[in-house]
Ligand binder design. Structure first.
Ligand code: CTP
Length: 409
């Protein structure tokens, strides 16, 4: 979301319906209040069987209203919904989704849902069978068709020994999706492809040549683009951070896998950001069995061959069939006797022929794996140079999208 929207204090209604995942919603409440928002929790009567009013009141700093008959003189069933900037319902049970889809108003939360004119985000959590049941799926489709956001549940451990789709996504993820709904939608309708992580080139079944890219910057780019309205495909090579909701994920391992996935996804892409660290060389051959140490103590010689330069290949394809596509490269540079980090970046932008190059200095404790970064964004035509001083990878992602949008105008 834009920095202005991020810093604004919002009136948020946190609806809680009666599922075991209600206990996790205390973390959502905490994240929202720590960000400075005023949160009114509205649990259904069933939700209070899982987490009591004292928890919600203490964490929100607001008295709890859960019944239409509470505080009647203040007409809460209308006031709360009308005053909200955002409504989040977590967990949204199958029953709550059904009542919301049918327009029922049989408790305070469903009254709030009917009177709210702001964005509404549902985070369902239930057993897999209930989630996949056609009745629930029809309710979800109905709510989405009316403009509500329904986050797909995560796949994982459920109550008891069961596991499968139906788990409440992590609190950070729900808050990120919900706040993103309020962002400026300046990438709406765009099809965007982002690569993240670091490729692996195998010597044998267990050993590989790789790098220490965490994938954090690529994931931050995907979240920022999603929040700004884009349809995002994130091609991940061995990414160690958790995957964002609302983004299509494709997992790859090697540079060749990455090449195939990127070429396929790029056919319809309006913009492609190559944030992944892709190996420049791979072993000429991969042993099918684990390599053994030599008996005579000699060191093995490993012959390497060049991998395909995916960025250069994209530029070639773009030039013939997608002239408006914006292609963004990253340049991980250290600077050396041949030139500074910036000089190497400027030369790389010309060499690669992409539209925009994000230069970052790499080295011990710099860029790879950290939460912050400092970059220079170069554009080729018209030539420009923007330095984004040390900030979060989220802010860097937004600065990159600002630069992409400026090029598209
Ligand atoms: N890249 C790519 N295919 C490769 C290698 C890199 O598409 N086989 C992309 C990266 O995703 C990045 C950009 O090219 O967007 C620059 O990567 P970098 O490693 O900085 O540069 P190299 O092209 O490898 O050049 P050099 O190693 O000579 O600096």
């Amino acid at each position: 979301m834009t920095s202005a929207a991020r810093s604004k204090s919002l009136n948020i209604v946190l609806g809680v319906s009666g599922g075991i995942a209600a206990y996790k919603v205390a973390s959502i409440l905490r994240l929202l209040t720590e960000a400075g928002h005023n949160v009114q929790v509205v649990p259904t009567p069933a939700a209070l069987n899982f987490v009591g009013s004292a928890t919600w009141e203490a964490l929100s700093g607001n008295p709890l209203i859960s019944e239409v008959w509470d505080d009647v003189a203040d007409v809460p069933h209308v006031r709360i919904g009308k005053a909200a900037d955002l409504v989040i319902v977590a967990p949204a049970t199958a029953d709550l989704l059904s009542r919301a889809a049918s327009g029922a108003a049989n408790d305070l939360l469903t009254n709030v849902l009917l009177t709210a004119t702001c964005p509404i985000v549902f985070a369902p959590a239930m057993h897999t069978e209930m989630w996949l049941n056609p009745a629930t799926q029809v309710n979800v489709a109905t709510l989405r068709s009316r403009g509500s956001i329904v986050i797909d549940p995560a796949d994982g451990r459920l109550t008891g020994s069961d596991s499968g789709p139906g788990r409440l996504p992590e609190a950070e993820e729900i808050v990120s999706v919900a706040m993103g709904v309020l962002s400026e939608q300046d990438l709406l309708g765009q099809d965007i492809v982002i690569t993240a992580g670091g490729t692996r080139e195998f010597l044998d079944p267990v050993r590989f040549l790789g790098n220490s890219s965490s994938g954090k910057q690529g994931v931050a780019l995907a979240v920022a683009a999603r929040d700004r309205g884009a349809k995002v495909t994130l091609i991940c090579a061995n990414v160690s951070v958790s995957m964002p909701a609302g983004v299509q994920i494709e997992n790859v391992i090697t540079g060749d896998d990455m090449h195939a996935a990127v070429l396929k996804a790029s056919m319809t892409a309006d913009a492609i950001v190559m944030a992944a660290a892709i190996a420049d060389y791979k072993p000429k051959s991969t042993q099918s069995a684990k390599m053994k140490k030599s008996e005579d103590g000699s060191s093995p010689r490993i012959e390497l061959v060049r991998t395909t330069d995916i960025l250069a290949d994209l530029v070639t394809h773009r030039n013939t069939s997608h002239p408006d596509q914006v292609i963004v490269g990253f340049a991980a540079e250290t600077g050396d006797t041949q030139g500074s980090v910036l000089e190497h970046g400027v030369a790389k932008l010309q060499r690669k022929g992409c539209d925009l190059l994000v230069i970052n200095e790499v080295g011990p404790n710099l860029a790879f794996g950290t939460d912050d970064n400092e970059v220079t964004i170069l554009t080729r035509e018209p030539a420009s140079q923007t330095t984004v001083s040390k900030t979060s990878k989220t802010q860097i992602a937004h600065a990159i999208w600002d630069a992409v949008i400026a090029l598209q105008q």
